[in-house]
Design a protein around this ligand. Structure first.
Ligand code: AMP
Length: 398
C-alpha cells in the first residue's frame, strides 16, 4: 500500500504536488476545468494543515520553442484562484533563482504554481525531453525545492517523467494525493479484487491496443464481451467473411489463439450494423457474415439484447472502449445501450476505464450512475493490462 496524505505530517513543510492541470485550451481560454476541480481536495487539505504548497503540471506537449507561448499555465493559475478562492502565486519558470526565492518565501498555507513542466522538453530550440525522459539532474533539482512530494496526477501515472518518478526517487518523503488514492482504490475493486460475476466489456478500434487488457482479464473475469471495430478481427479468426470492416490481418492468428484458450469466456456480437462506406447514413443489419461490399460500424440489436442479458447479473463490470463508431448518430446505438445497461445495474460495482467510453457516459448524462469513471485513459488502460504504473510505484509504501 502506498502512503497517502493521511500518513504524512505536512505542517510547516514545503510540499511539492504534481497535479494534472492538462486542461483543454482554446485561444487561451480553458474550455473544461474538471481537472482543476479534481485537484482541490488535495490542495485544500494541504492548505488547511499548514503546508507551503508548490504545484506543477504538464500542459499538452512541447515539441518546439514556439509551442511555449500557447501552452503556459498562466491561465490555469487564474482559474485555480477563481475555483479555490485562494491567492495563487504563479512563477513563469520551471527552474531558476526567481522560482527558488519564491518557494523559500512561501508562508504556511500559501500556494505557488510554476510553469508547464514540459517546457523542459525543449531548451533553446533543441528537443531534449528532460521532463518526458526523466532527466536525472532535473528530477534531483525539483526534489531539492521541497520536503515532501505528493503525486496527484493520475493521468500521467503510467509514464516515468522527471516531475513524478524523478522527484519521488530523490526526496525524503512521498505519498499519493486524494485523487490518485481514489483511482487506485476503485481500479483495485474493479479489476484486481472484483466481486463475481465479473463482466468486462472491451471495445474500440484495434485488437492491438486492447490485447493486453484481454490477456490480463481472461484470468480474472467470468465473461469478456468484445465489441467495436476489433470484433471483426475475431470474426475473421472464426472464419467469417467481414467485408470491408476494420481488420488487423497480423492479429487474426492471435485472436484465434485467445478464442481457443478463453473456454467460452469471450462473447462476441451476433449481428452487425453496416454501411457501404464509412459514413453516417442509415445502416443495414446483418449477421456476422458480412457481404463483400459493406463494413460493420456497430453491433446490431440482437447483440445488444445478448449483452444486456449477460450484464444483468453482473456484480462487477469494467468497461473500456465503444461498441461502434459512436461519433456517428446512426452507429452509436450499441455504445448507448451498453452504457445504459451498466448504468442501470443496482448493487453492482461499475467502472469505466477512461478514454472514449468515459466521455460517452458523461456526455449521455450517466456520470453519477457509475461507481467510478477513471480520469486517466492511458493510465487506467495500463492498470487494466496488469502493468505497474511507474508514477505510483515510485511513491513510498506505508
Ligand atoms: P479506441 O480509441 O481504441 O477505444 O477506439 C475508439 C474508436 O474506435 C472510436 O473513434 C470509434 O469510432 C472507433 N470504432 C469503433 N467501432 C468501430 C468500427 N466497427 N469500425 C471502425 N471504427 C470503429
Amino acid at each position: 500500500m502506498k502512503k497517502t496524505l493521511n500518513d504524512i505530517q505536512v505542517s510547516g513543510k514545503t510540499v511539492l504536488v504534481r497535479v494534472d492541470f492538462n486542461v483543454p485550451l482554446k485561444d487561451g481560454v480553458i474550455t473544461d476545468d474538471n481537472r482543476i476541480r479534481a485537484a482541490l481536495p488535495t490542495i485544500n487539505h494541504l492548505v488547511e494543515n499548514g503546508a507551503k504548497v508548490v504545484l506543477f503540471s504538464h500542459l499538452s506537449r512541447i515539441k518546439e520553442e514556439s509551442d511555449k507561448a500557447k501552452k503556459s499555465l498562466a491561465p490555469v493559475a487564474k482559474k485555480l484562484e477563481e475555483l479555490s478562492g485562494k491567492a495563487i502565486k504563479f512563477i513563469a519558470q520551471t527552474r531558476g533563482q526567481e522560482l527558488e526565492e519564491a518557494i523559500k518565501s512561501l508562508n504556511e498555507g500559501e500556494i505557488l504554481l510554476f510553469e508547464n513542466t514540459r517546457f523542459e522538453d525543449v531548451q533553446n530550440g533543441e528537443v531534449v525531453k528532460f521532463e518526458s525522459k526523466n532527466n536525472d539532474e532535473l528530477g534531483k533539482y525539483w526534489a531539492n525545492l521541497g520536503d515532501v512530494f505528493v503525486n496527484d496526477a493520475f493521468g500521467t501515472a503510467h509514464r516515468a517523467h522527471a516531475s513524478n518518478v524523478g522527484i519521488a526517487s530523490n526526496i525524503a518523503e512521498s505519498c499519493v494525493g486524494f485523487l490518485v488514492q481514489k483511482e487506485l482504490e476503485m481500479l483495485a475493486k474493479g479489476v484486481d479484487k472484483p466481486e463475481h460475476p465479473f463482466v468486462a466489456i472491451i471495445g474500440g478500434a484495434k485488437v492491438s491496443d486492447k490485447i493486453g487488457v484481454i490477456d490480463n482479464l481472461l484470468e480474472k473475469a467470468d465473461k469478456i464481451i468484445i465489441g467495436g471495430g476489433m470484433a471483426y478481427t475475431f470474426f475473421k479468426a472464426q472464419g467469417h467473411s467481414i467485408g470491408k470492416s476494420l481488420c488487423e490481418e497480423d492479429k487474426v492468428a492471435l485472436a484465434k489463439e485467445y478464442l481457443d484458450k478463453a473456454n467460452g469466456k469471450i462473447i462476441l456480437p451476433i449481428d452487425s450494423a453496416n454501411n457501404t462506406d464509412f459514413k453516417d447514413t442509415e445502416p443495414t443489419i446483418s449477421g456476422v457474415d458480412l457481404p463483400e461490399d459493406v463494413m460493420g460500424l456497430d453491433i446490431g440489436p440482437k447483440s445488444i439484447e445478448l449483452f444486456e442479458d449477460i450484464l444483468k447479473d453482473a456484480k462487477t463490470v469494467a468497461w473500456n472502449g465503444p461498441m461502434g463508431v459512436f461519433e456517428f448518430e446512426h452507429y452509436n446505438k450499441g455504445t448507448l445501450a451498453v452504457c445504459e445497461a451498466i448504468a442501470n445495474l443496482k448493487d453492482s460495482f461499475t467502472l469505466i476505464g477512461g478514454g472514449d467510453s468515459a466521455a460517452a457516459a458523461i456526455q449521455l448524462g450517466f456520470k453519477e450512475k457509475f461507481t467510478h469513471i477513471s480520469t486517466g485513459g492511458g493510465a487506467s488502460l495500463e492498470y487494466m493490462e496488469g502493468k505497474v504504473l511507474p508514477g505510483v510505484e515510485a511513491i513510498q509504501n506505508k
